[in-house]
Structure formats: structure tokens, C-alpha cells
Design a protein around this ligand. Structure first.
Ligand SMILES: C[S@@+](CC[C@H](N)C(=O)[O-])C[C@H]1O[C@@H](n2cnc3c(N)ncnc32)[C@H](O)[C@@H]1O
Length: 204
């Protein structure tokens, strides 16, 4: 079947002119830079990003993904919808939150099914570390949320350990409603009957 794009897919990707200064949100979201910003780190094929952008047109959504094929797929998916509040940037997540997100600009940061790096000698590559929480806290607005989801229990236990020694967040109960969009990996893991672990940390 031929795709029907409502806008050129390539316009969904945001290409910063300068990778050495915080993003100008007016350039990322023209005409609506002050709308609350949600960021999806490691957004994969983009189905969650696209669903969220369509469900909350009053908010801005920025996906972050390092793989070119997944960025392009996200662009095509977004361009097939009416949403004009969703964009994607191809950059490394750590770099984005440390150097490109303006301080205090993010209302919700999503980390959905980050790579678990199960081997002990790869644990240092896991996204969720103390330094990540420090940088995420800087990027989040006061009262902003960090929402974490994984199928991998050892990684979830590692996350919990990292939270327990960080004083910048308070954990709150979080059970998404039945209409909360699922990611591509979530659908896969649910179809395999795997449990999903979630945490919501609020910036204090
Ligand atoms: C397991 S997949 C999950 C994708 C999506 N969140 C989902 O749930 O369907 C992890 C994604 O994060 C991306 N990723 C991993 N490390 C990254 C990094 N440091 N910066 C940007 N993207 C990253 C991978 O390319 C992959 O698309």
C-alpha cells in the first residue's frame, strides 16, 4: 500500500544548526515553544511518540534516537498523522540531556525499555546511572517527571539502587491507564507474557 504523507517526512527530524549550545525550542517547535515538553529517550520506531503527540496536541514531544533507520521510520509514522507537535532528533541520549536540553525545560522525560546490557562488564553502559539522574534533574522543570519502564528485572533492581542514593527525586506510585500508548517493545514483551516494571520519579 502506498503511504499518504500529510507533510514531508523529513521535516519531522530536527537538525540542530549548533550541537554546542542548548536547543532553541522556538526552532524545534515553531509557534509553540512554550507548550509543555515531553522527551522520549531511545524512542525506537516511534509508535509511542506518535501516539502521544496525537493524543495531547497541546504538548510538545521530542523523540531521541541514535539509529538512522528508526529515525526515518518515526518521521514517516509522524508524517502520516495530523500531529504537528512531534519531532525527532538523532543524537545520543546522554549528550542531549547534558548539553542540548535547556535547563528546566522538560515536563516529562520517558525512558521506555532502555537497552538492559545484561553482562556485568557492560553494566557501565546502562543509561540509568547517578550521572544520568543528575543531568535529568537539571533538564526537568520543577515538579517534572521521569517515567521509566523495563521488562528486565535485574536492570529494574539496578535502577532502584541508583534512585535510593539520589536525593533529587521522590518516587511516586504509577499505573498507566488502559489507554496509555504502548511502545513497540512493550507490545512485543506483553505478547510474550513478560512482566513490565515501572517507576515514576518526581523532581523535588
Ligand atoms: C530496546 S529499544 C526500545 C525502543 C522504544 N523505547 C520501545 O520501547 O519500543 C532501545 C532504543 O534506544 C536506542 N538507544 C539506545 N541507546 C541510546 C542512546 N545512548 N542514545 C540514543 N538512543 C539510544 C536504541 O537504538 C533503541 O532504538
Amino acid at each position: 500500500m502506498q503511504s499518504v504523507f500529510l507533510i514531508p517526512p523529513e521535516t519531522v527530524e530536527f537538525l540542530p544548526e549548533n550541537y554546542f549550545a542548548p536547543l532553541d525550542l522556538a526552532a524545534v517547535f515553531p509557534g509553540r515553544p512554550d507548550a509543555p515538553l515531553e522527551v522520549d529517550l531511545g524512542s525506537g520506531d516511534g509508535s509511542f511518540l506518535v501516539a502521544m503527540a496525537n493524543r495531547a496536541p497541546e504538548r510538545n514531544f521530542l523523540g531521541v534516537e541514535r539509529l538512522l533507520g528508526r529515525v526515518r521510520k518515526t518521521c514517516r509514522r509522524m508524517a502520516r498523522t495530523q500531529a504537528r507537535n512531534g519531532r525527532i532528533i538523532r543524537v545520543e541520549s546522554h549528550y542531549l540531556i547534558r548539553h542540548l536540553l535547556p535547563r528546566g525545560s522538560v515536563s516529562v522525560m520517558h525512558v521506555m525499555f532502555p537497552d538492559p546490557w545484561p553482562k556485568r562488564h557492560h553494566h557501565h553502559k546502562r543509561l540509568i546511572q547517578t550521572e544520568f539522574l543528575d543531568a535529568a534533574r537539571e533538564a526537568l522543570a520543577p515538579g517534572g517527571e521521569l517515567r521509566l519502564t523495563t521488562d528486565d528485572l535485574p536492570y529494574f533492581q539496578h535502577m532502584r539502587k541508583v534512585f535510593s542514593v539520589h536525593s533529587g527525586f521522590a518516587e511516586e506510585p504509577w499505573t498507566p491507564g488502559p489507554d496509555y500508548p504502548q511502545t513497540d517493545f512493550e507490545r512485543l514483551f506483553r505478547s510474550q507474557g513478560l512482566p513490565i516494571h515501572r517507576a515514576l520519579l518526581r523532581r523535588i
